[in-house]
Design a protein around this ligand. Sequence first.
Ligand SMILES: Nc1ncnc2c1ncn2[C@@H]1O[C@H](COP(=O)(O)OP(=O)(O)OP(=O)(O)O)[C@@H](O)[C@H]1O
Length: 341
Amino acid sequence: MENKDIILDVKNLNTSFISDQKKVDIVKSVSFQLKRGTTLAVVGESGCGKSVTMNSIMRFLGNNAQITSDKIQYNALQGEKVVEYQIGAIKKANGPEMRALRGPELSMIFQDPMSSLNPVYKVGDQVAEGLLQHTKLSKKEARQKVLELFRKLGIPDPESRIDCYPHQFSGGMKQRVVIAIAMICNPELIICDEPTTALDVTIQAQIMELLKGLQVNEGKSIILITHNMGLVAEMADEICVMYMGRVVEFGSLEDLFDRTAHPYTKALLRSVPVLGLADDQQLETIPGITPNPADLKEGCEFANRCPDCSEECRKGKIPAFEISKGHRVRCLQYSNFPEVD
Ligand SMILES: Nc1ncnc2c1ncn2[C@@H]1O[C@H](COP(=O)(O)OP(=O)(O)OP(=O)(O)O)[C@@H](O)[C@H]1O
């Protein structure tokens, strides 16, 4: 596939944290590609490294993080031309190169609107800030752009709401403001880290519809981190399943839901309600607990919880196998298929 069709290409991303002079590996050999104009859902149990993966790409992690990669390439489309940015090679997380990309090319929407909004500034000013930083627009012109975006995002009475403070907004409206901050510079890639978890169900549906609209109508590319399999079924073109910092399965929505291959994905799908399945779907818990990332042995990290585990699974490094085009599974049951790591 050409660079034009791939907006983000991540190869062998590793992130570790150093605490108490000990190094703990959290993200391990993560590789994936995001196709332009599509939505990739990233799923997996709490603590499996979904957010750390995305924060590594955005370079939002603090000094105790060590990030290495063979490649984190962002392909910007300028007219018919593709401009490649090697994010992995950018030295300073907050230097001018990263700042130029964050906002106009890539942006991130976080789970909790209150941690993304500053309580002492008017919401309109917080949204306009990105525009004033990245464009030569005057304050008045930026205000007009913010009003336009508020209208598009369904914020009622934008002329008066633009001068309100975050505490004057409901949870759903605050999250729209957070989305406005992420969208104001018209980025091509939007990473959403559980963007609706803090909201009630009807507002969740409205916000997700809004994001889906951006993808379908404006060709935006979206990475959606979520625990909600119903959302995944509605939103995703492809799914990346993570366990203990590794991608254990990656494929299209149909691959993952209809041809589920990895024992962990199977267990995950049995443990959460999935829209479209029978009302009497019996939910099961995944047996065992996730191992401590600081205390891992060789072999498959899911081995102790896996019903299909064999002795081989506890040895060495488990590669990923491509069981059909684009459907990759990190499990030795599929070792007769081509290795793709
Ligand atoms: N700054 C940090 N310093 C040290 N450890 C961290 C840091 N940030 C995250 N971790 C650890 O990395 C692991 C993965 O965290 P991460 O937030 O990526 O999980 P997640 O899959 O996004 O979980 P959730 O679904 O609950 O948001 C966790 O064990 C967490 O404690």
